[in-house]
Design a protein around this ligand. Structure first.
Ligand SMILES: *[C@@H]1O[C@H](CO)[C@@H](O)[C@H](O)[C@H]1NC(C)=O
Ligand SMILES: *[C@@H]1O[C@H](CO)[C@@H](O)[C@H](O)[C@H]1NC(C)=O
Length: 311
């Protein structure tokens, strides 16, 4: 064999090896559409996400935390765009550039300005805004998330089938253990999913995915903006057909009463987009109760509500 043939054979072989490594099966970012994963040189698969100019190492086999996703989402809009005219308002659905601490929201957020406020573990504002001296002694946990959506499907499906399909989608797609799916209810075209995970459960199972992250991915999914790898589209399969949903609305209930005044709450966008409750949980639960006319809401939750009212 000529040396050149040997060399080119070697090159082809090397090429094949490199290609194989680049495409190591399973080494891809399952939970983020533009996450980058690499297993070169026989190393374990490691993944990164791009947040503005920064590259951050992430675990692509688990949901990326809402704080990191929001940060990523908030950044591109600031680069290479014209300066907004003074007084211009942006309806950003509560989106800001959050400070994250190991993936979780820092209790105090300032959105890179001199105005600061306190948020819950979902990153939703739960106090009035203040200046740089605003104190937020602790990150209050959101222990109950209500995911509301509407069906966009006229197919006749049984409630039991739809419930099961939703449970399966939530547990398999987002990796949320079933025990955190507290309840699923239907009211006309509306679907209500209650996710509950309190501090003690979170402390006992720190590796479990957080209900807040599940709600964020699900909200995007229902809006048709899949955050996951393109080969993993959002589906709620029932009888081998995809059940369609639309118009997601997420409500957050914290372990401690929020400190927003009711007046501001009704005035602000926050009231439309996001409802952080506990002190006014009564109002919301009553609202939810009236919507769920069939009165299936369980007594335990009534008791919880009464306790929260008393505290
Ligand atoms: C947390 O939730 C679990 C399961 O629902 C419950 O048994 C426990 O009492 C709750 N803990 C607190 C502090 O609310
Ligand atoms: C709802 O379904 C209709 C008909 O299938 C479709 O045209 C429409 O885009 C859907 N809307 C949403 C928000 O998914």
């Amino acid at each position: 064999m000529k040396t050149s043939t040997v060399l080119s054979l070697g090159a082809v072989l090397l090429c094949c090896i490199l290609v194989t490594q680049a495409q190591t099966p399973g080494c891809k970012c399952n939970t983020l559409f533009d996450g980058q994963c690499n297993a070169a040189g026989g190393q374990p698969c490691t993944c990164t996400m791009q947040i503005g100019p920064d590259t951050k190492q992430v675990n692509c086999n688990k949901l990326i935390s809402k704080c990191l996703l929001m940060k990523k989402e908030s950044l591109p809009a600031k680069i290479g765009r014209r300066v907004k005219p003074e007084g211009a308002l942006i309806d950003n659905d509560g989106l800001y550039n959050p400070d994250c601490d190991n993936g979780t929201f820092k209790a105090r957020q300032c959105n890179n300005t001199d105005t600061c406020w306190c948020v819950n573990s979902a990153g939703v504002r739960r106090t009035e805004k203040g200046d740089k001296n605003k104190m937020c002694p602790e990150l209050v946990r959101t222990n109950w998330v209500i995911v509301q959506m509407k069906r966009n499907n006229t197919d006749q499906v049984s409630e039991a089938d739809l419930k099961q399909a939703l449970r399966t989608t939530i547990t398999s797609r987002y990796g949320l253990p079933d025990k955190y799916i507290d309840n699923i209810e239907f009211e006309e075209d509306y679907i209500f999913i209650d996710l509950k995970q309190n501090s003690s459960q979170k402390a006992a199972n720190p590796d479990d995915v957080d209900i807040v992250d599940v709600a964020y991915y699900m909200e995007k999914d229902v809006k048709g903006m899949n955050l996951m790898h393109a080969d993993n589209p959002f589906k709620i399969p029932i009888n081998s057909k995809n059940f369609l949903v639309k118009e997601p609305l997420i409500m957050y209930i914290d372990e401690k009463p929020h400190e927003l005044s009711m007046k501001r709450l009704t005035a602000g966008v926050i009231a439309v987009i996001v409802v952080v409750v506990v002190a006014i949980v009564a109002g919301i639960v009553v609202l939810v109760l009236t919507r769920r006319k069939r009165g299936k809401y369980e007594k335990t939750e009534m008791t919880e509500m009464q306790q929260q009212l008393r505290s």
